[in-house]
Design a protein around this ligand. Structure first.
Ligand SMILES: Cc1cc2nc3c(=O)[nH]c(=O)nc-3n(C[C@H](O)[C@H](O)[C@H](O)COP(=O)(O)O)c2cc1C
Ligand code: SF4
Length: 228
């Protein structure tokens, strides 16, 4: 039998096979971000269908990072009961389940506007060619509050029976790693050396615009950088 169907390990986590359902937002939460019975069925079917590890869709770790009315929350203790039903349903079918922790950063602007709130991201890039919605940059103390919310969400995930958490770190959300590595290819080495100075990327999307104009990948916001 192919190794794909055989049990394996991701760190200490034992998975029944090598098939992982990548995180997929399902729009099945209720308006408070709680798990619904439709959602439990969806996950139960996936587990019964043989997927070894299922990653949930984006679950907001802090209310300020919510991006949709039907998105799961893991930001309050009151969500734990529903999340527990989800993990129990998956485990009963022999599969494993991870929850994807998420904060939309400035990308929450559209949803938060409907609640008369202004979204916030780590940096403000007013001349972003693609993102025109109003948002503000976060002061240090609020960044720390949100980082703490990820810790609290992880503790809830453990209580609710999840086997793992996955951090959503992409696009121009609160955590993003693709664009910062365009600007600073040596970022990981820098962090490893103990230099945790804030990454220079401000998610202004000018690198994307340059790509669309037919230029090779580079940080288009960085002054006097040699062009490739
Ligand atoms: C309906 C839908 C919802 C998605 N939701 C998420 C999500 O919540 N979090 C995430 O990281 N990726 C999300 N993705 C991206 C998928 O996890 C996956 O990376 C992407 O679909 C590429 O895989 P595929 O080519 O097999 O579809 C979503 C994709 C789809 C189609
Ligand atoms: S142009 Fe540079 S600063 Fe702007 S998003 Fe791209 S990498 Fe980041």
């Amino acid at each position: 039998m192919s190794v794909l169907f055989q049990p394996g390990k991701i760190g200490k986590l034992e998975v029944p096979n090598r098939f992982v359902r990548s995180a997929t937002y399902d729009g099945c939460a209720d308006k408070q971000g709680r798990v619904t019975s439709a959602q439990v069925s969806l996950f139960e079917d996936l587990a019964a269908g043989g997927t070894g590890l299922i990653v949930t869709g984006i679950a907001y770790a802090h209310e300020s990072g919510r991006i949709s009315a039907y998105q799961n929350s893991i930001a309050e203790d009151s969500c734990i009961d529903g999340l527990q039903q989800l993990t129990a349903a998956v485990h009963a079918k022999g599969a494993k389940i991870a929850v994807q922790l998420f904060h939309a950063g400035r990308e929450a602007a559209g949803f938060l506007k409907t609640r008369n709130q202004i979204a916030a991201g780590p940096s403000a890039a007013e001349d972003d060619p693609y993102f025109k919605k109003k948002y503000r940059s976060l002061p240090q103390n609020e960044i720390q509050e949100i980082a703490g919310a990820f810790g609290a969400a992880t503790a809830r995930a453990k209580t609710a029976g999840f086997d793992a958490v996955q951090l959503h770190a992409a696009h121009a959300y609160f955590i993003a790693i693709s664009r910062p590595l365009i600007r600073e290819p040596d970022l990981i080495r820098r962090w490893k050396s103990g230099d945790f100075q804030t990454p220079a990327c401000i998610s202004c999307n000018k690198c994307l615009e340059a790509l669309y104009q037919g230029r090779a990948l580079h940080c288009a916001a960085q002054k006097r950088q040699s062009r490739v």
